[in-house]
Write a protein that binds this ligand. Sequence first.
Ligand code: FAD
Length: 614
Amino acid sequence: MILGAGPAGLTAGWEAMRSSFSAVVYERDDCVGGISRTVEHNGYHFDIGGHRFFTKVTEVEAIWHEILADDMLVRPRLSRIYYDGKMFDYPIRPLNALRGLGPIEAIRVGLSFLHAQIFPSREERTFEQWVSNRFGRRLFEIFFKTYTEKVWGMDCSEIRADWAAQRIKDLDLVKTLRHALLGRFATRGPVATSLIEHFHYPRKGPGQLWERCSEILAEKGIDTHLGHEVVTVRREGRHVTHVALRAPQGAGEERPVMLEADGDHFISSLALKDLLTRMEPAPPAEVLDAANRLRYRDFLTVALAIDEPDLFPDNWIYIHAPEVRVGRIQNFGNWSPEMLPLTDTSSLGLEYFVQEGDDLWSMKDSELIELAARECEQLGFIRRDQVVDGAVVRMPKAYPVYDPGYREALDTVRRWLDGFDNLTCVGRNGQHRYNNQDHSMVTSLRAVRNLRGAGLDIWDVNVEDDYHEEVNPDAAKGPQSDPTEFEPRGDRLVPGRVDAQLPEGLIQPVFARYDAHALGVAVAVLFGLGLFVATSTLLLAGGDPMGPTLSLLGIVLFGFEVSWPGMLVGIGEASLLGYAFGQLVARTINRVVGWQERLFRSRLELVRASALTD
Ligand SMILES: Cc1cc2nc3c(=O)[nH]c(=O)nc-3n(C[C@H](O)[C@H](O)[C@H](O)COP(=O)(O)OP(=O)(O)OC[C@H]3O[C@@H](n4cnc5c(N)ncnc54)[C@H](O)[C@@H]3O)c2cc1C
């Protein structure tokens, strides 16, 4: 039995179908796709936040194409940042940013960058410290603080630095290096997540993929029951016996229908907190307490239909403006023209990052549409009277939160769940992992393969490597653990300094330093030898006066004259001077190169850290 019909649940169904297992899917909502659904309103289609399809896992990509065939498009990407009435490139590029900010702000940014280099915060525990140490406080305030706080609803000083470390880990360093050096045009081919210039996207949005998937499953006898909410998960010890479901009420019925359903194995993509708080009997107190400590961030999209095409060329724009509450604006016609019913219109998705029950969440739909239209006008994208229609979608638990206590809570929950013999937790909230569709899908592929005895570890999925089905011959010994086959990712969230991940093999030769002593000796030998050749040539040639021009060196080389003893004194002094000169040149060059290297590293990290706002 599969709980939830998002990407994880339906992929579990897909793999069950391929393995000829019988299965059934229960979904609380009245549509499939979970967070990756597409909502349709009067012919306008919109996502819960635009969903790019990008993966390094060839098997996941093959599934997408098998399901959608020609309906999977390749789309260009453009996304920028709105700040202070201007648009900035995303990922951030230093020159573009400084030009856009103007001279005074650029000086402020430069000074605060210098300050951070000379007096960095010794502690790097928080997101704020991590970013400010690298780019300076001012750049942090402009390009990181407002948006990050809108998304997470907490102060940047409360967010752990390892979240930043995790988000930048996906980037391909060589490509990023090229990008930092040469700009956008350097990036071709399959590249790191935040630098993708093209991505796959279904003709009618991500929901099309999951709707088609559930149709194919139904044709093969795997039904998805919509509107069926899992309200209780009954267990005996660490064995799930059955689930209680609240089903849609039929015509003439006064109350929702309650059903009980059993199964041999349960694959759950429910949020861990929901799964554990719905168990009967309840889990041990410390496990329940840990589950209740897992926090989530909720999400709300206001879609506006606008009676004008070509509002702006971006797929989406990050709004770094503190004066409005919207965090990001999607332009769905630029994702796929078929998201619109009419070609001379546009559909914008204004994204608000909220907490269930807060003022925005509780606002009436009409008020939210009014707020979105007003903010869009305030930002200069539309006129209020161009809005012809609007719709609101609220998505609870859109983001699992990585707050300071989450890791310990998750470990406690996971240890207890590991003891179950017929329950597997998959997917984003099912594993409390802030990940994309491909990750959710791979956890489900593995979960089903484990039913065939594959012995794969579903908690250590690494979507950065290609996924190969390799049935572990040691399955009987327990979960897959060979790091050469599947790199364990359990440590993924441990704070890591980015410096440790830079491609030193590439950077060091470019910024190699002179050996000051070696250059000193080389110049000393050169000066000494030069004086020896010049003086001895004159002495051997003879003449009166002997070498009057060379004798002028006596002004700087005390005791030097064109004679054999004078030459020896001069060679000694010239060598000393040469050594000092060589040292000075080497040290000066090293200083300049060091300065360039620091600047380059900051620039590189700035490009990489742009991924933090994705
Ligand atoms: C704003 C935003 C933008 C994103 N952009 C991208 C992107 O560009 N590319 C990308 O690949 N990914 C993106 N993602 C991530 C992607 O949406 C998720 O990784 C994916 O949807 C997770 O799939 P899932 O099946 O694990 O979970 P979900 O999508 O959450 O599905 C879980 C399902 O379980 C159901 N359920 C929950 N509780 C119950 C219950 N008690 N009973 C029955 N059913 C229940 C839910 O209704 C839901 O359908 C984005 C996410 C967000 C929030």
